[in-house]
Design a binder for this molecule. Structure first.
Ligand code: RB5
Length: 150
C-alpha cells in the first residue's frame, strides 16, 4: 500500500518522525513536502496529498500541520477524500474501522512525535469494517455528489 505524506511548518517534526517509521518498516511512500521549517501554506500540501490519494483508492495519506485542522479542512474539499483529525489512539483506529478515512490529519503542536508515529501506525494497519458503516460512508459520498436525499 502506498502512503502519501504532506505537512506545513507546524507539522514538519511529526511528519519526519513518521517517515522514519515508514523507512524502518520498508513501506512505500511519497513525501510531497514541505521539507524545511520555513512558513508555508498548508492547503498546498493538503491538495497534493489529497489528489494523490483520491487517484489511488488503495493508498492512504498522512497530513500534518500545527493542529491538523486546517490541513484536514483543505483535504476534505477534494472529491473522494475523508480526512480525519486524530489526537489519540482510539480516534485513529475508529476512523478507519467506521469512517473508512483515507487520510489522517495530525497536529505537531498538539501531539508529540512518538504519539504521531503510534497514531500513524494504527491508522495504516486498521481495516474498514464495512457492514452498517458502508451505508453511512456512502451517505457522505452522496452529500459530496449532491445526490443525498433525506
Ligand atoms: C500555521 O501557523 C498553522 O495555522 C497551521 O499549521 C495549522 O495549525 C492550521 O490549521
Amino acid at each position: 500500500m502506498k502512503v502519501y505524506l504532506g505537512c506545513d511548518h507546524g507539522g514538519l517534526n511529526i511528519k519526519n518522525a513518521i517517515i522514519e517509521y515508514l523507512k524502518e518498516n520498508g513501506m512505500d511512500y511519497t513525501d510531497f513536502g514541505c521539507y524545511t521549517d520555513e512558513s508555508v501554506d498548508y492547503p498546498v500540501y493538503a491538495y497534493k496529498v489529497a489528489t494523490a490519494v483520491a487517484d489511488d483508492n488503495t493508498s492512504l495519506g498522512i497530513l500534518c500541520c500545527g493542529t491538523g485542522i486546517g490541513i484536514s479542512m483543505a483535504a476534505n474539499k477534494v472529491k473522494g477524500i475523508r480526512a480525519a483529525v486524530c489526537t489519540n489512539e482510539f480516534m485513529a483506529e475508529m476512523t478507519r474501522r467506521h469512517n473508512n478515512s483515507n487520510i489522517i490529519a495530525l497536529g505537531g503542536r498538539i501531539i508529540d512525535e512518538p504519539t504521531a508515529v503510534k497514531l500513524a501506525d494504527i491508522f495504516l494497519n486498521t481495516e474498514f469494517e464495512g457492514d452498517r458503516h458502508t451505508k453511512r460512508v456512502d451517505m457522505i459520498t452522496a452529500i459530496e455528489n449532491g445526490t443525498f436525499e433525506v
